[in-house]
Ligand binder design. Sequence first.
Ligand SMILES: NC(=O)c1ccc[n+]([C@@H]2O[C@H](COP(=O)([O-])OP(=O)(O)OC[C@H]3O[C@@H](n4cnc5c(N)ncnc54)[C@H](OP(=O)(O)O)[C@@H]3O)[C@@H](O)[C@H]2O)c1
Length: 166
Amino acid sequence: MKAIVHVDKNWGIGRGNSLMFRLPADMKFFRQTTTGNTVVIGGNTLRSFPGGLPLKDRLNIVLSKNIEDRQDCIVVRSESQLFDAIKRRAAGEVYVAGGASIYKLLLPYCESVLVTKVDADGGADTFFPDLDADNGFALESCGDDIVTNGFTIRMCVYRNLFPKQI
Ligand SMILES: NC(=O)c1ccc[n+]([C@@H]2O[C@H](COP(=O)([O-])OP(=O)(O)OC[C@H]3O[C@@H](n4cnc5c(N)ncnc54)[C@H](OP(=O)(O)O)[C@@H]3O)[C@@H](O)[C@H]2O)c1
C-alpha cells in the first residue's frame, strides 16, 4: 500500500475542504498512477469531489459513518471494516488518497509515499505529517522541477523504514 498526496511548502494539503491549487501535471500523474487500482479516501474527501462522486475507473473505498451505502463505491464504517475491505476487496495497488485523517490512520501501513511538493504556501488548514521530521521515513528520490499552471512542483518518493502489516 502507498500513499499519494500533494503538499505545499508547509506540508499543507487542503483548505476549506478543498484543494489549494489547480495542478494539471499533478492531476495527470495522480490519474495515471491510480487508474485501474484502488483508492482509499475519507468522507470529507469524497464530499469534496465534483458532485460528491467517487473517482472513475478506480475502486473507491470510503471510510465514513455518515455516507449511506451506495453502488458506486465501497463505504466502510470503522477502521476494522476498512482493514477488512483493503485485505479482501481491493483491486490492483492500493493508494491512500486522503484526506488528513485517512493519511494519519494508514501512513504506518504504507511502504512508500508519493509526495508532490508544491513550492508555494497555500494557506492550508489541513496538513500531512512532515516526513522530513519523521525518523521513520527516508527521502528516496525526487524528480526535476516542473512548472504547471504557474506553480513549481516536484514529485518525490519517501520510503517507510518500518512499515506495519495490516
Ligand atoms: N493535497 C492532497 O493530495 C489531498 C488529497 C485528499 C484530500 N485532501 C484535502 O484534505 C482535506 C480533507 O481532510 P479531512 O481529514 O478533513 O477529511 P477526510 O480524511 O477526507 O475525511 C474525514 C472523514 O472520514 C471519516 N472517518 C475518519 N475516520 C473515521 C473512522 N475511524 N470511522 C469512520 N469514519 C471515519 C468521517 O467521515 P463522515 O464525516 O462521513 O462520517 C470523517 O469526517 C480537504 O481539504 C481535501 O481537499 C488533499
